[in-house]
Design a protein. Structure first.
Lengths: 335, 282
């Protein structure tokens, strides 16, 4: 049952990825503007242009180009970046950890903030506290990450300058890292001085990304908690003498969390999508920031690679959430 | 029921504020040449980085101060509103037409139509939207129509997903079956019976989408990919403000407040419309 569900999801995932590859390939090839002409110095002859075009395979038909590219991708060869003249996969893997770290830190913050306010709101239901949480989460949800980022830059970059507003790490620091996961590695190596520096750069973009998601978690989880809190077994726990907070944390949360979990999965992909502009805003050296440069430079192989990696990330997250849901939901587990 | 009524009445002042702000901003944008105190493009290096009116060194006539080229901030915000509102309306309507049509077809007809449309939606959802928008504008070339087209191409899925689910629910209802027994054709039923019942959701989504379109336009002009660089846009002003943040904070603060108020107003409107039309709450 579970295996069958998994295989069907895997198949649709591959179809989706193929669709993404086709769309991005077609969109890019329709673009006016010649990437080859942009690479060469002025005064290059037509023969030079043709030679370079052949080198990047741009002299073939669009269908041929697509299948040449696709057969490379299947073998892990995403081509060579036109503007940076390096292997696309290497460039992407170099930048992806920075984006993943940012997204994961933002996700943890969103779950912590959303979860806390949901439990608080459910405990204080019907009071001013709940009303206050509702207003705050409404505002946090309506204002997108791009605007939160700007608000944070003004508050903590200019008004009270406690955080850094650009970059990933202070450039003068010596970095002993072997992976690109600077933040996580600094914690493992107990180089907390570096952790602090990285955190000072990461905190504002992470908060900007986390706030809308925290609001969604808060609203949905609070709603589910309030529904569960009237059920018999919860009332029983209350009669047994548990405090309201204990009742919520021990009894209600387990059963109320499932609908929120599914939603968090989809919303996490939106959060990752948001890193593109938030990284730009904070000059954070992640994948999204590189993607914007790739578009501006019309670096076709790099754009294709980045978009496909993002798409792969999105479908993998959805797959993981789907499987987690199936594992946790008793009705599906025994179905 | 009573609770819902109270909730709606409580929403009311917020709705008035939201409507008031949107009307004010829209009127200012329409009558920009009459309302704007200065020429939004006029540069004057003698007047660079003037602070807003309540600070020392402000000049009369430059209420919100000037940017690093001495251009009047208020006038630029008012003219920027023109592009913001044109994009908001046109892009939201474009996304709505495509998305609602496909959603209606997928939800009502089901079967292969639904399977194909749902797969396309899956593919679209696998793109990071901002990157997709930037890519499309880069491909289509900068300009007002490219921005509108790009937002329409990306955001139709928002309408499609909701309207598909609604149309699916509606098509299982008795009245649809009755119409079929009465001999109406499938397309006739879809347009005459199902469509009117999903219109409230469409209208609510439309309002939310306008807010989103304003943001996407701002993001595109922020990365310098929206309209020509001469025309003032909210995102373009923000990009300037981000650069001169330590010398002239007002160049970032005022467009930011403008954008936040506009987005909040659109989403308040959408939320209120949703509750108003929701049969359970009504």
């Amino acid at each position: 049952m579970l295996l069958q569900r998994f295989l069907i999801r895997l198949l649709t995932m591959l179809i989706t990825l193929f669709g993404v590859a086709v769309v991005v390939f077609v969109v890019i090839r329709v673009a006016p503007g010649d990437p080859i002409a942009m690479m060469l110095p002025p005064g290059a002859t037509d023969a030079d242009i043709d030679r370079l075009r052949a080198l990047y395979g741009l002299d073939k038909t669009i269908v041929q180009q697509f299948f040449i590219w696709l057969s490379g991708v299947v073998r892990g060869d995403f081509g060579t970046s036109i503007s940076l003249r390096q292997d696309v996969l290497g460039l992407v893997f170099n930048r992806l950890p920075a984006t993943l770290e940012l997204a994961i830190v933002a996700l943890i913050m969103a779950v912590a903030l959303g979860g806390t306010t949901a439990v608080l709101g459910a405990r204080e239901r019907g009071t001013v506290v709940e009303a206050g949480i509702d207003v705050a989460s409404g505002a946090a949800l309506s204002i997108p990450d791009f605007l939160w980022g700007l608000v944070l830059i003004l508050l903590f970059g200019v008004l009270v300058p406690i955080f850094d507003i650009s970059g990933r790490v202070s450039p003068q620091l010596d970095l002993p890292f072997v992976t690109q996961f600077y933040f996580f590695e600094s914690i493992l190596r107990l180089r907390l001085d570096l952790t602090w520096d990285l955190l000072k750069h990461m905190l504002m973009p992470a908060i900007a990304l986390a706030l809308p998601l925290a609001a969604i978690i808060s609203q949905l989880l609070k709603q589910s908690l309030k529904e569960v809190l009237d059920l018999d077994y919860v009332v029983l726990a209350r009669v047994k003498g548990f405090s309201e907070t204990q009742v919520i944390l021990r009894e209600a949360l387990k059963n109320a969390a499932l609908p929120t979990l599914t939603l968090v999965g989809v919303q996490f992909t939106f959060l990752i999508g948001g890193t593109v502009i938030v990284e730009r805003l904070f000059s954070y050296e992640g994948l999204g920031n590189m993607a914007i440069d790739a578009v501006i430079n019309r670096d076709l192989p790099l754009i294709q690679g980045i978009v496909l990696v993002f798409a792969l990330l999105f479908v993998l997250i959805n797959l993981a959430v789907d499987m987690m849901y199936a594992l946790l939901n008793p009705r599906l587990r025994h179905g | 029921m009573d609770e819902a009524r109270i909730a709606r009445r409580r929403l009311s002042p917020r709705l008035w504020l939201a409507g008031g702000w949107l009307l004010l901003a829209l009127l200012a944008a329409i009558f920009a040449p009459l309302v704007a105190p200065q020429d939004p493009l006029a540069q004057d290096l003698m007047l660079e980085r003037l602070p807003p009116f309540w600070l020392d060194g402000a000049e009369p006539g430059y209420w919100l101060g000037t940017d690093s080229l001495g251009r009047d901030l208020l006038s630029r915000l008012i003219f920027g509103g023109r592009i913001a509102f044109i994009v908001a309306f046109a892009a939201a309507i474009a996304a709505c037409l495509v998305g609602s049509t496909l959603g209606l077809v997928a939800g009502y007809f089901g079967g292969w139509a639904d399977r194909i449309i749902s797969r396309i939606v899956d593919v679209w959802m696998a793109f990071p939207p901002v990157l997709f928008a930037i890519l499309l504008v880069a491909v289509l070339g900068t300009g007002l129509s490219s921005v509108i087209l790009a937002i329409g191409i990306i955001d139709w899925t928002r309408f499609c997903r909701v309207i598909r689910a609604e149309a699916m629910g509606q098509s299982r209802m008795d009245y649809v079956e009755n119409a079929r027994i009465a001999g109406y054709g499938r397309i006739g039923i879809m347009l005459r019976e199902v469509l009117p019942n999903v219109v409230p959701s469409i209208v609510a989504l439309l309002s939310l989408e306008m807010g989103i379109a304003v943001i996407v336009e701002a993001i595109l002009s922020f990365v310098n990919l929206s309209i020509s660089t001469d025309d003032p846009t909210w995102g373009g002003i923000i990009a300037e403000g981000r650069l001169s943040i330590h010398q002239a904070w007002w160049v970032l603060v005022f467009p930011l407040i403008t954008l936040i108020l506009t987005v909040l107003s659109f989403s308040q409107f959408g939320e209120a419309l949703k509750t108003r039309f929701d049969p359970v709450l009504r």
